[in-house]
Design a protein around this ligand. Structure first.
Ligand code: MF3
Ligand code: CO
Length: 267
């Protein structure tokens, strides 16, 4: 069942989304070579709780952490731990906040120090894929328009689109219907209506789109060991167009402006 949110519910999700966004901006600014992924997790948990939110991922299917921290060939669901981040790594941070019963979910991939030109291009294109998918969230469009836009852009750069994991509806639960694939056919699927709230989350790979899960039961890696990037926002369909509920306010942190996509600046 697909639930349509009221204006009041969307406002509650925006307040939740603000905590998620502020936490991600803080991490973008703070995370440095030499820190462990467990350090990043602790900073994230403290940040969410300091604003009155609850980390959504803790307790989700037995998961015990605030963030997923996925490095390099890890696509998503990397478990924070003793791994030390080193110059040149790509770190994908996925985070969810619950506030007053409403969930927001967002992810970014950030460079640790200086990264290769190839890694930068992968991050840029993945972020563009997300923004192009969001641009399709117009009332009257269909679900397939989102996946088609994401897939078209990724594949035009020779990248892979992960099939085994998808975006999702979101609201009082992190995962609601419908599933939101990052691939698809324009003009097909469920009609998008005002009040529909989705988490769009392209997972884009340098090589094959095939992935596998490590023995820890969580960490998803690329089958060929090549890099992956992951960006995610929680977005509402409204009569005034898509409204990004996890939009980051770069003015609060001028020093993270280098991460700011030009498409997002216009949103
Ligand atoms: N944020 C992820 C998603 O978009 C879920 C993380 S899994 C968890 O689906 F166990 F860490 F919560
Ligand atoms: Co999600």
């Amino acid at each position: 069942m697909i639930t349509i949110k009221s204006a009041r519910e969307i406002e509650l999700m925006r307040v939740s989304g603000k905590i998620t966004a502020k936490t991600l901006t803080m991490l973008m600014k703070t995370v440095k070579p030499g820190m462990t992924t467990a350090d990043v997790d602790r900073l994230a948990e403290d940040s969410i709780r300091s604003m009155g939110g609850t980390p959504t991922f803790i307790g989700y299917n037995g998961y015990a952490h605030t963030i997923c921290a996925s490095v390099n060939e890890e696509v998503v669901h990397g478990i924070p731990g003793p791994r030390v981040l080193t110059e040149g790594d790509l770190l994908s941070i996925d985070i969810g906040t619950t506030l007053d019963g409403y969930v927001s979910d967002s992810a970014v991939t950030i460079p640790i120090g200086e990264v290769s030109a190839a890694a930068k291009r992968l991050m840029d294109v993945t972020q563009e894929c997300l923004m192009l998918g969001i641009a399709q969230m117009q009332a009257g469009n269909r679900l397939g328009d989102i996946g088609h836009a994401v897939q078209q852009h990724a594949e035009s750069h020779g990248y892979g689109v992960v099939r085994q994991l998808v975006g999702h509806g979101i609201g009082t639960k992190m995962h609601e219907e419908p599933q939101v694939p990052n691939y698809g056919t324009a003009g097909h699927g469920t009609v998008l209506r005002p009040g529909l709230v989705l988490a769009i989350e392209p997972m884009i790979t340098e090589g094959t789109f095939e992935v596998e899960t490590l023995d820890d039961g969580w960490t998803v890696i690329t089958e060929d060991g090549k890099l992956a990037a992951h960006f995610e926002h929680t977005i509402a369909v409204t009569n005034e167009g898509p409204k990004i509920l996890t939009l980051r306010d770069y003015a609060e942190h001028p020093d993270v402006n280098r991460f700011r996509p030009k498409e997002e600046a216009a949103a």
